[in-house]
Design a protein around this ligand. Structure first.
Ligand code: FNR
Ligand code: LAC
Length: 365
């Protein structure tokens, strides 16, 4: 495609392919890579394709409502932009561009602790974006408390505590690329982490406290006026602990296959977690959401909402705020068509009856 002309890109797969051709190789490796042999990375996508849809006919789908309820509040649809570090590495619009795309589409923007824009800058630049703040807890708890206070002061609606990165996963694409990044892109993030100068993702990871425990989650939940969402849980056991320690919600996630290879996909981990959570927790899921049909399947398995990671970053890389917006719009249009063709008038009525195990083998990618 000609630079600036995104109209030829009609699917998220188109964005994936074009981003691979146009991003700086080191930045692309960091964005798309996974841990180890990338078995989980691939399975995150394949797992949604192992589910088939059981559509109902003649339901009357002339009016469709993609709206859901999350943390007790109505939301226009179930899409959330996943927290992703260093977005200015993909495009100069960075996190502010991503927030504009989220605001334009009614999606929640989740800002990473390791962002290249501070929480307050983002809030001032795009006050209309519904926003959550993702917290990495550093060994220096003062820094985390400061980050939390700033999120509270600047209109962030939830605190997403990521618990699956006690240490950084071993990502061979980054080892091969040397993870070259412009120092300027790293300075803002270093400031957020309470350090001066610039830090690479690997250096950041060493600031994160590997001894973080459920007691810390409980403390954040009781100190924070914002609801705490635990991100990165894959077992029913941990879902029960999250509820017992004051979390309001959790994100079933393997960090986009970037941490421990050969763990379960979100789709496969979800059902026992939904069952264990009962009505104590809102359960969200992420990993490999690339089609509107994937969104319906996630809701059918009991998720209330989904986070979308890399596709939004491909959009940002190719067209800044506008590119990210187009990606979210494609997904929303696909989800609307999926509702109509599945015979679901409302996202809230989607349940297990809409899916079954697929009789085909998921296509290899
Ligand atoms: C991430 N992810 C992530 N998660 C988090 O809690 N804090 C972070 O700073 C980051 N950073 C980050 C950077 C990049 C480049 C990627 C691709 C991912 C994980 C992210 O929030 C989410 O869990 C996955 O990306 C979801 O999978 P998909 O949609 O990318 O397949
Ligand atoms: C990553 C971290 C920073 O996945 O969350 O790269």
């Amino acid at each position: 495609v000609a630079p600036g002309d995104l109209s030829a890109l009609i699917s998220l797969a188109d964005y994936e392919r074009e981003a691979a051709a146009s991003m700086v190789p080191g930045a692309h490796a960091y964005a798309v890579g996974g841990a180890g042999d990338e078995i989980t990375l691939r399975d995150n996508v394949a797992a949604w394709a192992r589910l088939a849809i059981r559509p109902r006919m003649l339901v009357g789908v002339g009016e469709r409502d993609p709206g859901i309820e999350l943390l007790g509040l109505p939301r226009p649809h179930p899409l959330i932009v996943a927290p992703m570090a260093f977005q200015r590495m993909a495009h100069p619009d960075g996190e502010i561009g991503m927030a504009r795309a989220a605001a334009a589409t009614g999606s929640i923007m989740c800002l990473s602790t390791l962002a290249t824009t501070s929480a307050e800058e983002l809030a001032e630049a795009v006050p209309e974006a519904p926003r959550w703040f993702q917290l990495y807890v550093f060994a220096d708890r003062g820094v985390s408390r400061e980050l939390m206070a700033r999120a509270v002061d600047h209109g962030y609606e939830a605190l997403v505590v990521t618990v699956d990165l006690p240490v950084m996963g071993v990502r061979e694409r980054d080892l091969r690329s040397g993870q070259q990044m412009a120092a300027a892109e790293l300075v803002a993030s270093a400031a957020a982490a309470g350090a001066s100068g610039s830090l690479t993702p690997k250096q950041f990871a060493t600031l994160i406290d590997p001894d973080l425990s459920w007691r810390d989650v409980e403390r954040f939940a009781s100190d924070s006026p914002l609801p705490v969402i635990v991100k990165g849980v894959l077992t029913a056991e941990d879902a029960v602990l999250a509820a017992e320690h004051g979390a309001r919600a959790l994100v079933v996630s393997n960090h986009g296959g970037r941490q421990l290879d050969t763990v379960l996909s979100g789709a496969d981990a979800l059902p026992p977690i939904v069952e264990a959570a009962g009505d104590r927790l809102d359960v969200l899921v992420d990993g490999g959401i690339r089609r509107g049909t994937d969104v319906l399947k996630a809701l059918a398995l009991g998720a209330r909402a989904v986070m979308v990671g890399r596709p939004a970053l491909w959009g940002l890389a190719l067209g800044g705020a506008e590119g990210a917006r187009l990606v979210l719009e494609i997904l929303l249009q696909e989800f609307d068509a999926t509702l109509a063709l599945s015979g679901a008038r409302s996202a809230r009525e989607i349940d297990r009856r809409y899916i079954c195990p697929a009789p085909w083998a998921a296509p290899a990618r």
